[in-house]
Design a protein around this ligand. Structure first.
Ligand SMILES: Cc1ncc(COP(=O)(O)O)c(C=O)c1O
Length: 454
């Protein structure tokens, strides 16, 4: 075996984020105001977000400078390591080379603080003192709680009920970093109370939790809303991952034929993939693969349409692949991938065939997670296990075709707070849920009558 870890020095942390919008062959359609049907402007977004983030949301500059204060906090865990997965390759008996970028070394355990720290910084600089947010698996809520604590802001987290019950220690972690946390739907907001009246036993969903966090921020001058995925500025902040990976692949003397990530709202996938898509647009041949759960198959089976980002229709209309804003995914264990929509930048790149997508069943992804833990040692988050499974599937297909590939995937987080899910897998209790057509048709009726992207 040759070198296993490819490490950059702290002085090599990238100084700029990369904005893929500057290079895309077709710009994504604008986000619309649901009342007027017109593109939203900065004034519409100002009650929810600081101006700097609104500017980044519509920026056409290819690169955006990372503030020194943000870099200072990034230095606590960045640059993150890139590994060559020799042991996994050997166990799989593949001729392909598999590399992974590991984001689980951050204090909260995932890629999420890359944007949490940036968002907390800009909010503080523009005078906000409190942030509200939703969280699914708890990774985003803990990342924002961590960032708010270090930057000096209050934080309120609405955590999807099913994850709140399944992951008590994510809750404790969020409280350790000083944030307030409630199960969503909650009685703290009007929309939470309305949903509880109608569906008292709902497991909750990211769409519902977003409604609550948006209502919280819209009702208070001191509070901004903070989103952990989907929006352009969130994906922008994550591109530090792919830029580091480009330099590390160079250290390894390799370049990927295939770049892979799991997709919930799309931020970790975009973070790794966009700097490589920049190379692809410039002429390099790269297969870019997005991996999602069969229980929430937004990119593979959703419709490209205008839809609300949340269940209670408080957000603007977003052009994206969607399963409908009232879709409540089955309570599978990859809580962070249970979102009805996906980032508009990713949707557009799928439409333009620069990205392709596949959907996997949860027993298959856990089998790949255990295989990974048994060889590379790291116990992956169930979300990240979708990317591992994708990498193994690509390697297997290459072997069957008598080919060799260089594969790079994003290991977006560790699974130390997901051991109950592993227990369920070991005891055969995980159900494989693939949506039937009738359920997708029902869910998509929620967007009947909304504008369609031209
Ligand atoms: C470890 C991990 N990976 C991936 C995701 C999915 O989010 P995104 O698609 O925005 O990266 C989450 C979401 O919570 C997560 O916790």
């Amino acid at each position: 075996m040759e070198q296993t870890k490819f490490l950059l020095d702290e002085s090599q942390i990238p100084r700029r984020w990369y904005n893929v919008a500057a290079d895309m062959p077709n710009a994504p359609r604008p986000v619309l105001h649901p009342g007027t049907g017109e593109p939203v402007g900065p004034d519409d977004l100002a009650p929810l977000f600081p101006m700097e983030l609104i500017g980044q949301e519509v920026s056409e500059e290819a690169e955006v400078a990372i503030p020194e204060e943000v870099l200072d906090i990034y230095r606590l865990w960045r640059p993150t390591p890139l590994y060559r997965a020799y042991r996994l390759e050997q166990a799989a008996g593949t001729r392909s080379r598999i590399f992974y970028k590991y984001e689980g070394v951050s204090p909260p355990g995932s890629h999420k603080p890359n944007t949490a720290v940036a968002q907390a910084f800009y909010n503080k600089r523009e005078g906000r003192t409190r942030l509200s947010t939703e969280t699914g698996a708890g990774q985003w809520g803990s990342a924002l709680a961590f960032a708010c604590k270090l930057i000096g802001l209050e934080c309120k987290v609405y955590m999807v009920r099913i994850s709140y019950d399944q992951k008590p220690f994510r809750r404790s972690m969020i409280e350790t970093w000083g944030a307030e946390i409630v199960a969503s739907p909650s009685t703290d907001t009007q929309c939470g109370r309305a949903i509880l009246d109608e569906f008292p036993d709902t497991p909750g969903s990211l769409g519902i939790a977003i409604s609550e966090a948006v209502e919280d921020a819209a009702g208070r001058d001191d509070t901004s809303y903070s989103l952990g995925s989907v929006l352009n500025h969130v994906l922008l902040h994550q591109t530090i991952i792919g830029q580091e990976a480009l330099a590390q692949m160079e250290l390894a003397g390799a370049f990927p034929d295939v770049v892979i990530g799991c997709v919930g709202g799309g931020s970790n996938f975009a973070g790794l993939a966009f700097p490589f898509i920049r190379e692809k647009i410039a002429g390099r041949e790269i297969d870019v693969l997005a991996c999602e759960p069969a229980a929430c198959p937004t990119l593979t089976r959703g419709l490209y349409a205008y839809d609300f980002g949340d269940t209670s229709k408080l957000t603007p209309l977003v052009p994206m692949h969607t399963l409908g804003h009232d879709f409540v995914p089955a309570p599978i264990h990859a809580g962070g991938l249970r979102y009805h929509g996906v980032a508009p930048l990713i949707s557009q790149l799928v439409n333009d065939e620069l990205i392709r997508a596949e959907a996997y069943l949860q027993n298959d992804i856990f089998a790949s997670a255990v295989r990974f833990a048994s060889t590379e040692g790291i116990i992956p988050a169930p979300e990240s296990a979708h990317a591992i499974h994708g990498a193994l599937e690509v390697a297997r297909a290459a072997d069957e075709a008598g080919e060799e590939r260089t594969i790079l995937f994003n290991l977006s987080g560790h699974g130390h707070f997901d051991m109950a899910a592993y227990d369920n897998y070991f005891s055969g209790k995980l159900e494989d849920v693939a949506l039937d057509e009738a359920e997708i048709d029902r869910a998509l009726r929620a967007i009947d009558g909304l504008p369609t992207p031209a």
